[in-house]
Design a protein around this ligand. Structure first.
Ligand code: INI
Length: 153
């Protein structure tokens, strides 16, 4: 059986990170995790571009422009949507996830989905570099693995 797998080698590859300013004290930890992961897997600083957007709701439009530009091998989206007292959370989280999935399929550019969707601030802190790991690292790894798989298919 032939198996196609992605090597976790980021050397020579270009990455755009789209990060929301909303909940930036959480999102900054996700950015650090993603950048650290990519560099430790061979990416060079000049091949990394960070784009800041207001909130998670705006990540799909930035990801779309970046994917359409054809300059990036993968786009990694980072944000933190934390439930409040109103249904706003549900709309922001679901439109963000749907929008990013749509961009990935339309442009055939891997998108790392590193947008936390949490019920509490504590859950977000846990997933931004403490006991729940770092979702930014996971998103960077998923984007890298996916781009390395797709280039072989
Ligand atoms: N944006 C987030 O990234 N996280 C949130 O938790 C959040 N909440 O809860 O409101 C949030 N809202 C802003 C939204 O993403 C847009 O920036 C805003 O609605 C303007 O379009």
């Amino acid at each position: 059986m032939k198996t196609i797998e992605g090597k976790l080698d980021a050397s020579g590859k270009t990455f755009a990170l789209v990060a929301s300013r909303f909940n930036d004290f959480i999102v900054d930890r996700l950015i650090s995790g993603a950048v650290d992961y990519l560099k430790r897997h061979g990416a060079s600083e000049e091949n990394l571009t960070l784009v800041r957007v207001p909130g998670a709701f705006e990540t799909p439009i930035a990801a779309k422009k970046l994917a359409a530009a054809g300059k990036f091998d993968a786009v990694i989206c980072l944000g933190a949507v934390i439930r409040g007292a109103t249904p706003h959370f549900d709309f922001v989280a679901s439109e963000c996830a749907k929008g990013l999935a749509h961009v990935m399929l339309e442009h055939e550019v891997p998108i790392g989905f590193g947008v936390l969707t949490c019920d509490t601030l504590e859950q977000a802190i846990e997933r931004a570099g403490s006991k729940g790991g770092n979702k930014g690292v996971e998103a960077a790894q998923a984007a890298l693995e996916t781009l390395r798989v797709l280039e072989q298919i």
